[in-house]
Design a binder for this molecule. Sequence first.
Ligand code: F6P
Length: 345
Amino acid sequence: MNKVKRIGILTGGGDCPGINAVIRAVAKKAILQYGWEVIGIEDGYDGLIRDRHRKLSSNDISGILAVGGTILGASKISNPYRYAIEEGSAVVFKDVSKQAIKNFSKLEIDALVCIGGDGTLGIAHKLFRDGVPLVGVPKTIDNDLKGTDITFGFDSAVAIATEAIDRIHTTAQSHHRIMIIEVMGNRAGWIALYAGVAAKVRDRRKRGKRFSIVVISEGAKPKGGEVMVKRIVEKCADPMRLGGVGFILGEGLERISGIETRTVVLGHLQRGGPPTATDRILATRLGAEAVEMIVRGELGRMTAVQNGRVTTASLEEAASGPRLVPLDHPLIAAARALGTSFGDE
Ligand code: F6P
């Protein structure tokens, strides 16, 4: 792209470890290698809608590699195409995209880097079609975005869940209990698959193991049933929040097995704190690639990892629904071979 002078960065949707590492990579490369100015849009698309932003200097991005969350703030409820506005006691949704695009134009930004999950990238796709020059960087602890084999944040969430499972293990063992650990992951079960070890509890008993650990994804459904909805966030374009299926499973297992059972919901712990080394590296590579996409003029797409290589993919694909764990995933076969039960046999 010719004559880029100023770029913007925005972080939308839920936070996750590694976002600051992307902000750092994008801004450092832009400032140091290309001499561009970098504007941070505050609180995701809310900053575009409400015209809130600040210039990011080298000082602002120094020391943030290991810091969780996002220094720019994020928002899950600020979709410019469906913006929730309170009118008396009612919430009405309005299309304020023209306002957001007008605010964007005032900033004289040559390209905007949108860091986010399917919601944020879906909105980015619409904004691009409406004339906003941008590139995307996929993020989510859920690892459920189409178009990329892996998202940063996932490795950190798995590490946190794994540590939690290790800790639960010792107390399960002491008390001869079944311990259920409900992990995040939305409708996809990637975190549960990678962090979890579910065991057939009665078989284990017979073999002299007096405790069991069961990991369940918040989006798991009972056979023939539906996902457990914890709450509806009315103002959010994606309003359903999952949670609680671990308690249902716990009650059922206790009834069937007669073994005392407890359920632990890990929740937002999995999104907090510093990124793992793997996520720092991935986030840095993707941030650097986002800048190169701008240099090449490859706009309207996102960075991606496919077959271990950093590449680009379409934003439309990322927003086209969750990438679920395929039933023939090699890790499932490997875990089954070691005696792990997935509850289906
Ligand atoms: O998409 C990330 C995620 O943490 C999901 O795993 C979870 O279902 C959801 O966000 C929780 O959303 P909130 O932060 O709105 O409670």
